[in-house]
Design a protein around this ligand. Structure first.
Ligand code: DAH
Length: 340
């Protein structure tokens, strides 16, 4: 390349340099050891001595001049860049911080964990069962024979059947015989989980809700044991001296069977709108496990007895937090959820 052309190129390019990085690239390309100016020097050797001398001097002066311009530009650019970074990073300590949104646990989960803790302290284990259940575990093994209205899809039972013939479990009781077969007695378990029923939803009905099943199997088990365990649980859960009462009832899988009511936690049994002025709130079903069920669980009913209960987690959560409609739980309303 000829010197004049190179000079023009260099001057032009120097004008386009906008930042330190570009400047470094420029200096390497022209002034560095392998730069264009060095290259030009090496071409001088073929010229006659006079020309070599004058041109050499010219190139030297030019290169020195460019070197000075680069140095000056380098300082200016650095100053500019520092200023820019300072402006950008300037922190105003007086401004409020940006709020980091963290989620939190759903009220049903809060209450489920609380219930699990209380039962664990009483020596119960927390276990899990399948939501898609076969008919045998959901019905037959629990002494609910074919044709029983509780199995009906549309009237009493409200069972959701799958095309495979399996069901979405209608009750966590379906896990009772699974665990009798799985663990050697004595058995002390609670089985929390989701259950499904074909319901018209309203303030107290949902198509899916949560139950907590309890099962204790041992040698000498009485209704007094059942009552003591549930009373202890409820006192701990409501942090109040609640009373319970047992009303005779019917479940195919228990004999005798009870409906268990609790003295209203809102008015202490005096009567208020929450308990429809009766002073008692219906809480759960329970009973002494039917010998047929013990047998279906692979155990000898002459040797083993048990009590069982099933309660609605949704109901307990509603009572604890005074929630008036079950549909709040799955409604996805953030104003509701953020209260917990
Ligand atoms: N499975 C019953 C229901 O869904 C509740 C129940 C009642 C469970 C009595 C039990 C029991 O274990 O012994 O309504």
């Amino acid at each position: 390349m000829d010197f004049q052309e190179l000079k023009e190129n260099i001057n032009k390019e120097l004008e386009t340099v906008k930042n330190s990085r570009q400047l470094r690239d420029f200096a390497n390309a022209y002034l560095g050891k392998k730069g264009k100016i060095r290259e030009l020097f090496s071409e001088l050797k073929d010229l006659p001595i006079d020309e070599k001398k004058t041109l050499g001097e010219e190139i030297n002066n030019f290169s020195e001049n460019i070197r000075m311009q680069v140095k000056e530009l380098e300082e200016n650019l650095k100053k500019q860049e520092r200023q820019f970074a300072e402006n950008r990073e300037k922190i105003n300590l007086a401004l409020p911080g940006e709020k980091i949104e963290t989620g939190h646990i759903h009220p049903l989960t809060i209450v489920r964990r609380e219930i699990e803790n209380i039962f664990e302290l009483m020596g119960f284990s927390v276990v899990d069962g399948p939501e898609v259940e076969d008919e045998w575990h959901n019905f037959d093994s629990l002494n609910i024979p074919e044709g029983h209205p509780a199995r009906d899809a549309l009237s009493l039972g409200k069972t959701l059947y799958l095309e495979t013939g399996e069901v979405l479990r209608t009750q966590t009781s379906s896990s009772q015989t699974r665990y009798m077969k799985k663990i050697k007695p004595p058995i002390r378990i609670i089985i929390p989980g989701k259950v499904y029923r074909y319901e018209n939803t309203d303030a107290s009905h949902e198509i899916n809700f949560y139950q907590i099943e309890g099962l204790l199997v041992d040698k000498n088990v009485s209704v007094a044991n059942l009552k003591a365990v549930l009373e202890t649980f409820l006192k701990e859960f409501f942090k109040k001296d609640v009373e319970i009462r047992l009303r005779p009832s019917y479940f195919p899988f228990t004999e005798p069977s009870f409906e268990i009511d609790m003295s209203c936690a809102v008015c202490a049994g005096k009567g208020c709108p929450a308990c429809k002025r009766g002073g008692w709130v219906e809480l759960l079903g329970a009973g002494i496990v039917h010998p047929n069920v013990i047998q279906n669980g692979g155990l000898d009913p002459k040797k083993w007895k048990g009590f069982a209960f099933g309660m609605s987690l949704d109901r307990l959560t509603m009572m604890k937090y005074k929630i008036d409609d079950i549909r709040w739980f799955h409604g996805g309303d953030m104003k509701f959820l953020k209260q917990f």
